[in-house]
Design a protein around this ligand. Structure first.
Ligand code: HEC
Ligand code: HEC
Ligand code: HEC
Ligand code: HEC
Length: 198
């Protein structure tokens, strides 16, 4: 192969034709990626591997299941950072779970979830700490400044105190104080069994 030929201006095609082809390939590529990323952001996608886990029913039974406000929060709205870079990064991390799915014995069973919930919750929590619970803050965006008047006094006090501790060791992220906002939280390492209300 003559490598130098690659860098020589093409004799056969004009530079404009090549540029046009390049742009088309780029645009198609961009939209395909968007489509794939979009398809992998639905609850259905998450549940394709977690199909025998009670995770979705747990969300529906929680404060985030649409009870009072009629909003059912999607898996990725909590679990995947929404800024473009964080989003891609998390997607790449999730894609490694394909290997786990294929290799972890009995992964897609409720028994596995119950047995491993404490450890899985810790892994999930670690990610929330990494992103400073930014996903929670996307929706709950009046926690620290500009708090609504209707917010409980206790909540305003705790949130204000925490906000002032930002940058210090005392600072906590949302999920350090609010545990189990979507799933039953494993206390003292014990995994609670989830039974959906009929
Ligand atoms: C390809 C199969 C697959 C898909 C798709 C999938 N998961 Fe998982 N998930 C797994 C496996 C396997 C584990 C256990 C990982 C381990 O312990 O190594 C896991 C663990 C988790 C955990 C706990 C551990 C951690 O690292 O946080 C969360 C949270 C999670 N998944 C959320 C999701 C969400 C949200 C989606 C949709 C965006 C999703 N999963 C899609 C296979 C999958
Ligand atoms: C997609 C938007 C959205 C996301 C993301 C979200 N929440 Fe919520 N959250 C809500 C809504 C809406 C309610 C109120 C539900 C209702 O009252 O029906 C709520 C309720 C709550 C409550 C209960 C408040 C009360 O009145 O008792 C807490 C605590 C909470 N969320 C914390 C969190 C935490 C922590 C996270 C991140 C792990 C999070 N939320 C992520 C929208 C969201
Ligand atoms: C309102 C935010 C929120 C929503 C919506 C949500 N999760 Fe979670 N999830 C969390 C938090 C926070 C944890 C960490 C442990 C805890 O505090 O309960 C967690 C933990 C987990 C775990 C580890 C096991 C466990 O129970 O702790 C898995 C797996 C998981 N989530 C998957 C999902 C899937 C799949 C969906 C969608 C059906 C979903 N989550 C929807 C916030 C959420
Ligand atoms: C230092 C602990 C702490 C941290 C950090 C914290 N909260 Fe709270 N939060 C509380 C306490 C305590 C309350 C009042 C008791 C309750 O309603 O659970 C509260 C109340 C709330 C409420 C209900 C407000 C109301 O008026 O009923 C929401 C929603 C909430 N927090 C969301 C969040 C979100 C989102 C974050 C992260 C941005 C966060 N909190 C960080 C301690 C904390």
């Amino acid at each position: 192969m003559n490598w130098r030929a690659i860098f020589k201006p093409s004799a056969k095609y004009s530079i404009f034709a090549l540029l046009a082809v390049g742009i088309i390939v780029g645009v198609v590529g961009y939209f395909t990626t968007q489509q794939v990323l979009h398809a992998t952001s639905t609850d259905e996608f998450c549940m394709s591997c977690h199909s025998n886990h009670s995770l979705k029913d747990e969300v529906l039974a929680s404060v985030h299941g649409g009870g009072k406000s009629g909003i059912v929060v999607e898996c990725q709205q909590c679990h995947v950072a929404q800024d473009p870079f964080g989003y891609l990064k998390k997607k790449i991390i999730v894609s490694k779970d394909v290997i786990g799915y294929l290799t972890i014995d009995g992964f897609n069973t409720q028994e596995w979830l119950e047995e491993n919930r404490a450890e899985q919750a810790e892994l999930a929590a670690r990610y929330f700490r990494q992103i400073d619970s930014s996903t929670c803050q996307n929706c709950h965006n009046r926690i620290y400044e500009d708090q609504p008047e209707t917010m409980k006094k206790m909540a305003v006090k705790m949130h204000t105190r925490n906000f002032e501790a930002k940058g210090t060791e005392k600072y906590k992220t949302c999920i350090d104080c609010h545990q189990g906002v979507a799933h039953p939280f494993p206390r003292e390492g014990k995994s609670p069994k989830f039974r959906a209300a009929k």
